[in-house]
Write a protein that binds this ligand. Structure first.
Ligand SMILES: *Cc1c(COP(=O)(O)O)cnc(C)c1O
Length: 378
């Protein structure tokens, strides 16, 4: 037998220390391991469940599952085109918006080029940049918010993509349309801005975003939206991007031919008409955010003011043991050390009862969340 060279040694160098995305713990796993009932407030999912109209549509579509789906998602293109008053060519339907984050990097980056994102933002941004072999440039956050000025200054001749989330995950902070416009004006023509608006539906401010207008005006801007949050369809994996038609035509060559399933397409079509579910979800989140912020303030725990469906909670002490304690009390949250917030947890807004369970658990372990000596006063 000849000695074989292990094939994994031949993957490109820049793969080797690529971080693996760490998802929130599944409820079933926690319940099985700890033998308790748990609530999951770890992955920013919709606590009210999927759109009921989408569930009905999936049941109807199920019987056609022997057929390949419409690879071009024709009906969904039409519907989104109508909804956003944007030609179908400007819309790319993906396997979650995550697929678009990855494809933008694959289309534009390679070793020798640069991608920019911020510290303390969505992990897939930096993973996608690094997986392309390009150099990752990360600018610091300012007051838990994107520092758009610093991001603009980080652009070089080698920059091709900038990833920004608004509201940001995991901080929940936002910038307004004026701030973004001022930034966009300074971005040179060789750079694509990917603006991830996964949580846009939860922002109830008139000055929030004019991003689609900017796409219409021909900026190098790709706006990302998802069915995973307000529509409650995270498990079906469907998202979309709105951006320059000719760029999307190039990206389209990179995707697999049937990137989205028949069930996901049917669900998304129905969910777009489920105004009632969207309204209920937004109302429930508004009330839940208030409940969380008030409850945490009463415990003297610092929550970063959030515009999304989660809150970043600064504990003033190592968040890992606190998360473990919460887990034992049946509440799954996300410790944020891996996102460089060693003392913070991210907590998704749940139903009233779930939020109460979280706040009760926090009160119970309050003793262990007193600020470490020398930490900043709250
Ligand atoms: C949840 C989330 C998404 C959604 O990703 P999908 O792949 O569409 O499920 C995208 N971006 C950010 C920043 C998110 O937090």
């Amino acid at each position: 037998m000849r000695m074989r060279k292990p094939i994994h040694e031949l993957v490109p160098e820049y793969f080797h220390d690529l971080p693996v995305y760490i998802p929130g713990k599944p409820i079933e796993e926690v319940e099985r391991e700890l033998k308790i009932r748990a609530v999951k407030l770890a992955s920013n999912e919709n606590p009210l469940g999927p759109s009921p109209l989408a569930v009905e549509a999936i049941k109807r579509a199920l019987a056609d599952s022997n057929r390949y789906p419409d690879g071009g998602s024709f009906l969904l293109h039409e519907k989104l085109s109508e909804r956003h008053k944007m030609p179908p060519e400007n819309i790319f339907i993906g396997l979650g918006s995550s697929e678009l984050i990855d494809l933008a990097a694959r289309a534009l980056l390679r070793p020798g080029l640069e991608g920019i994102t911020s510290h303390g933002s969505f992990a897939l941004f930096r993973i996608s940049i690094r997986a392309s072999g390009a150099k990752l440039i990360e600018t610091p956050l300012k007051d838990y918010t994107f520092d758009l000025g610093a991001m603009g200054r980080a652009i070089t001749a080698d920059t091709r993509v900038i990833y920004i989330a608004n509201p940001n995950n995991p901080t929940g902070t936002m910038f307004n349309a004026d701030a973004f416009d001022a930034f966009l004006e300074k971005v040179p023509d060789h750079v694509l801005v990917v603006l991830d608006e996964a949580y846009c539906d939860y922002v109830e401010r008139t000055d929030y975003s004019r991003s689609l207008e900017r796409v219409r005006q021909g900026h190098n801007l790709l706006v990302l939206r998802t069915f995973s949050k307000v529509h409650g369809l995270a498990g079906l994996r469907l998202g979309y991007g709105i951006g320059p038609a000719k760029f999307l035509a190039e990206v389209n060559k990179l995707r697999t031919p049937f990137n989205t399933s028949n069930l996901a397409q049917a669900a998304a079509l129905a969910a777009l008409d489920d105004y009632e579910h969207v309204r209920r979800s937004i109302r429930s989140n508004r009330e839940g955010l208030q409940q969380m912020q008030a409850g945490l303030a009463a415990l003297d725990v610092q929550a970063i003011p959030s515009f999304a469906n989660f809150v970043l909670v600064e504990l003033g002490t190592d968040a890992n043991p606190v998360s473990e304690e919460l887990l034992k009390l049946g509440v799954i949250v996300r410790p944020m050390r891996w996102m460089r917030f060693p003392n913070a947890i991210r907590v998704t807004v749940g139903t009233r009862e779930e939020n109460e369970k979280f706040l009760r658990a926090m009160a119970q372990i309050r003793a262990s969340v007193t600020p470490a000596p020398g930490s900043l006063p709250r």
